[in-house]
Ligand binder design. Structure first.
Ligand code: NAP
Length: 443
């Protein structure tokens, strides 16, 4: 396994200064920013402080612009709340860091149609409309880059697109949501319950007031859809990727997982199997020996597996203004290199949508919480037997009340669909105090 966390898109040290970005005899690449928030202000900071690339910030767009103005930007930067000032300007690259689907998509289309290249950090938009926007950019002989849309400052998109272009990747998995990782590593380290860990994450700014998209896997599945498109060369819609919440994970699950040599993380994984793609975002047991187990707090990690090169790992800050802005500025530099003819063109992605399924085959960890009485294991074993599933081990820690007794069953490898059938029958059993927690074990 090789570590590629330092594999950033190489930044040109001596960019030729002959003419504007996009034309053969030009020099300075003029940049307009849409959205002066966390990422937008960091992009502005880097553009004005960096000295190694001929990039000039010319425009900043935001609603209610007066409240956004800062005194550390050059006086000639134009602040505006009229989008036409950007679309009709001489900016070469428009950076979209407003977020949301509307009006961002419309304005990106209009910027491309006006002959500008676009850099965006907008994962939901790229996961849904990336292929169409890439086609529009190609039609206009311009570029759209979205390296900041997955894993913030970790150069995973350029790593897959360029660094691993020579391999045939068939599997991508990793930790793509810093909020879930922060919460799970808090439960693991401090033994706090889920709600306390969520409240701490919200207090520290690692989780939003409404954390639904993060906890339920909707944020990570948009990123996984983008990685599948770039790395596995297959278009999958985010909605076709099955998600499971991390709610329901308790400190006792870390105790049991630890006893088995594992810990718990929210894992996004996509794997090509012939013409079909298996893809899910869900909490899973990962071996304590895996790099995934060592990802703490809000860090991100992506592992790409290729037919020839084996596993490559990309890791680092998955979010935050400055790390994300670095990815945005790296994209602008990559576009200037391409448009000034100093690098090969950004890859055109192939068409094609495989059928998507969540039916991975593997071992599973099941945590039951029951009102104890004789015959419980026999009832469960009967259902598993009927569904063709073998029990591997049974774990029960002492010290719990018989009225709410947690114990764990691990299963030998079986298809998720067979397990789901068994769990539907198990859910009807009257000794369950709460629904069974089912986590795949990633060996
Ligand atoms: N923050 C991160 O760590 C991170 C990491 C990776 C990717 N991203 C992505 O980067 C993008 C920006 O994130 P952020 O954290 O910088 O968000 P943010 O702090 O909320 O900034 C967004 C900015 O855009 C402005 N804006 C939003 N909608 C607008 C509209 N319709 N018209 C005019 N102005 C509008 C907002 O103005 P108001 O102040 O008026 O709301 C705000 O100044 C998102 O797509 C996000 O998913 C962020």
């Amino acid at each position: 396994m090789s570590s590629a966390s330092a594999k950033k898109t190489s930044m040109p040290r001596n960019v030729a200064a002959e003419g504007p970005c996009g034309s053969a005899n030009a020099a300075i690449c003029k940049v307009a920013i849409l959205g002066f928030g966390t990422v937008g202000s960091s992009v502005a900071r880097i553009l004005t402080e960096q000295k190694h690339a001929p990039l000039r910030l010319t425009h900043i767009y935001n609603r209610n612009i007066r409240r956004k103005k800062v005194d550390w930007l050059p006086a000639d930067v134009k602040w505006t709340e009229n989008i036409l000032d950007i679309l009709q300007s001489d900016a070469d690259v428009v950076v979209e860091v407003m977020g949301g689907l509307k009006p961002a998509e419309d304005w990106i289309r209009r910027a491309l149609s006006a002959g500008k290249s676009v850099v965006t950090a907008n994962k939901q938009l790229i996961a849904r409309s990336g292929p169409e926007l890439t086609r529009l950019a190609a039609k206009m002989n311009r570029h759209i880059a979205f390296g900041a849309s997955v894993a913030g400052g970790v150069p995973v998109i350029s790593g897959l697109q360029e660094g691993l272009a020579g391999d045939e990747l068939f599997k991508i998995h990793g930790i793509l949501n810093g909020t879930c990782n922060y919460i799970l590593s808090q439960i693991e380290a401090a033994g706090t319950d889920f709600n306390q860990a969520l409240a701490a994450a919200q207090k520290l700014g690692f989780a939003e007031a409404d954390p639904t998209d993060d906890l339920e896997g909707l944020d990570a599945r948009a990123k996984l859809a983008i990685l599948a498109r770039i790395g596995l060369r297959s278009f999958v819609s985010p909605e076709s990727i099955g998600c499971r919440s991390i709610r329901g994970i308790e400190p006792v699950d870390f105790d049991y997982a630890g006893q088995l040599g594992f810990t718990i993380r929210q894992i996004s994984r996509a794997e090509l199997q012939g013409k079909r793609m298996l893809a899910t975002v869900r909490p899973a047991l990962v071996s304590l020996a895996s790099p995934l187990a060592r990802v703490q707090g809000s860090q991100n990690l992506v592992m790409a597996t290729g037919k020839f090169g084996g596993e490559t790992v990309f890791g680092g800050h998955g979010a935050g203004g400055h790390p994300t802005a670095v990815a945005v500025v790296s994209d602008i530099i990559a576009i200037t290199r391409v448009e000034q003819g100093r690098a090969h063109d950004l890859p055109v992605l192939p068409e094609g949508s495989p059928s998507v399924s969540a039916d991975f085959t593997g071992r599973h960890y099941l945590r039951f919480t029951v009102r104890d009485r004789p015959g419980i294991i026999a009832s469960l074993a009967k259902i598993f037997g009927k569904c063709g599933i073998n029990i591997d081990s049974l774990l029960q820690k002492p010290g719990y009340l018989k009225s709410s007794l947690p114990f764990v069953i691990t299963l030998e490898a079986c298809p998720t669909s067979a397990l789901d059938k068994a769990l539907t029958q198990i859910a009807k059993l009257d000794f369950l105090v709460k629904p069974c927690l089912d986590l795949p074990i990633l060996d």
